[in-house]
Write a protein that binds this ligand. Structure first.
Ligand code: ADP
Length: 179
């Protein structure tokens, strides 16, 4: 039987911390489906299509990784995709409580799907999409924390040149969070 895990998240945008979890998850699973959750209640910087493009570009070397999107319950999606596992990453203690509640709720909803946590790679312990966005908004250099394409897209979104100087007419961010 092929072991499949879904790796759900916002990936707004994908960071090297996420990529590390996927790479290590592939040692446990035959296939990983990186699934972008549609969450209308959550404001995002990048559109779903932009997030798909960045994920596809960053994970193209893996033939056993698929990028997808879904609405609704993660366990229902996992069942539809015939996945046995939900992969999640844990950084600091602050992730733990939310992840713990979520894993217990998901188990209550479907006992067949197991949540698997991988501890973050030491290098990525302080890397989060939100902190990357905060730094990029003010022209901070996030080199080495995100893939090159993501760095480029962040610069475009916030109107910075490759040298970190502000462009005259900043490209308008596509969705609410950038305002
Ligand atoms: P969410 O929107 O639920 O915060 P994200 O899209 O940021 O989710 O991340 C998806 C998953 O990846 C979560 O399990 C999160 O804990 C994990 N993750 C995010 N950044 C890192 C990192 N630097 N190291 C390990 N895991 C991470």
């Amino acid at each position: 039987m092929k072991r499949i895990a879904i790796y759900p998240g916002s990936f707004d945008p994908v960071t090297n911390g996420h990529l590390d979890i996927v790479e290590r998850g592939l040692k446990l699973f035959d296939k990983i489906i990186v699934a972008i959750m549609h969450n209308p209640g959550k404001t995002s910087l990048f559109t779903i299509d932009e997030r798909i493009e960045m994920l596809q570009n960053s994970l193209k070397k893996f033939s056993n990784v698929e990028i997808d999107t879904f609405n609704g319950l993660t366990v229902e999606y996992a069942k539809r995709r015939k996945a046995q596992g939900i992969l999640r990453g844990l950084r600091a203690l602050s992730d733990f409580e939310y992840e713990f509640q979520m894993a217990l709720m998901n188990r209550k909803l479907n006992r067949e799907v197991q949540t698997i946590f991988l501890m973050t790679g030491f290098r990525w312990i302080y890397t989060s999409s939100s902190i990357i966005k905060e730094a990029s908004r003010f022209g901070g250099n996030v080199n080495g924390m995100v893939p090159a394409l993501v760095q480029k897209k962040l610069r475009e979104k916030f109107g910075y040149t490759a040298r970190g100087t502000k462009r005259k007419a900043a490209k308008k961010a596509t969705s609410q969070a950038a305002k």
